[in-house]
Design a protein around this ligand. Structure first.
Ligand SMILES: NC(=O)c1ccc[n+]([C@@H]2O[C@H](COP(=O)([O-])OP(=O)(O)OC[C@H]3O[C@@H](n4cnc5c(N)ncnc54)[C@H](OP(=O)(O)O)[C@@H]3O)[C@@H](O)[C@H]2O)c1
Length: 261
């Protein structure tokens, strides 16, 4: 048996909400390199088209579907277009989220509007596409793969005004375990990666502060922050047949940071 074949995604179809973002576009390209056809979804048409152009340049197959993943009609359209185009849907990799460090307020006065915004961005935008994708997977009866992105902040407190982000990523980790439990009977596995800081525009301002970055890196045994490339291995594993018996897991990708806590 060619064991590496079990890590390939040839013949599989993946949807990547947030596929126009820094991490999502890197993951969409990685899924495509492993053999999957990919539906790239993001709010801005230019963002999805950019990712799709890179994938198609290499001769692979990808579909660009702009849409707002907090709006049911857009979500339904993404799944419908994917099924019409490729005839199946096997994998969803949820890469929408963020807001860490953008709206910091003391926990006792955290404003409702900012709380709701962080929740919509991180939880609703994962919840709706996953529900729709999994309904299609259940209807097809071939099983499937759900991969979420949580964060080290879903696991560890921080002495700064991060309540909403911490709660939202905690919800993603909890939903990963809950969905894994409910959907195992359909052959659908659900796992998450949980990165520390990944060098992307979203955290450029925080990482641009030399004192902040120095203190952060000093706490990471491997001695650097992450890059989108550091996330490929775990996501491709969770998306593949090689991970058929792995579900409900949250894999921390942090250069050893949480090992020191
Ligand atoms: N970067 C890090 O250090 C880090 C660390 C741990 C976890 N994460 C997580 O990794 C994920 C990706 O982060 P990233 O750094 O790649 O962020 P990013 O570059 O901002 O990517 C997220 C993408 O999702 C899009 N988006 C937001 N809301 C949407 C919606 N309702 N419908 C459709 N698209 C929407 C964004 O579009 P707009 O630009 O138009 O908003 C953006 O293109 C997030 O869940 C984040 O929390 C990141």
């Amino acid at each position: 048996m060619d064991v590496l074949q079990r890590f390939r995604l040839d013949g599989k179809v993946a949807v990547v909400p947030g596929g126009g973002g820094a991490i999502g576009s890197a993951l969409a390209k990685a899924l495509s390199s492993a053999g999957a056809c990919v539906t790239v979804v993001d709010r801005a048409a230019e963002a999805v088209e950019e990712t799709v152009a890179v994938i198609c340049e290499g001769g692979a197959n990808a579909l660009s579907v702009p849409g707002d993943m907090t709006v049911e009609a857009d979500v339904d359209r993404v799944i419908a277009v994917t099924l019409e185009t490729y005839g199946r849907l096997d994998i969803i990799v949820n890469a929408i989220g963020g807001g860490a460090g953008k709206v910091l307020f003391d926990a006792q006065v955290y404003p409702r509007a900012e709380w709701d915004w962080i929740y919509e961005l991180n939880v609703r935008s994962t919840l709706l596409p996953t529900q729709a994708a999994v309904r299609a997977m259940i209807a097809a009866g071939r099983g499937g793969r759900v991969v979420n992105i949580s964060s080290v902040r879903g696991q560890l407190g921080i002495n700064a005004g991060y309540s909403a982000y911490v709660a939202a990523k905690g919800a993603i980790s909890s939903l990963t375990r809950q969905w894994a439990t409910e959907w195992a009977k359909y052959g659908i596995t659900v796992n998450a990666i949980s990165p520390t800081f990944v060098d992307t525009p979203q955290v450029a301002m925080l990482l641009g502060d030399p004192a902040f970055k120095e203190a952060l890196v000093a706490r990471i045994p491997i001695g650097r922050v992450g890059t989108p490339d550091d996330l490929f291995g775990a996501v491709l594993l969770f998306a593949s047949d090689a991970a058929a018996f792995i579900t409900g897991q949250i894999l921390t990708i942090d250069g050893g940071l949480t090992a020191t806590q």
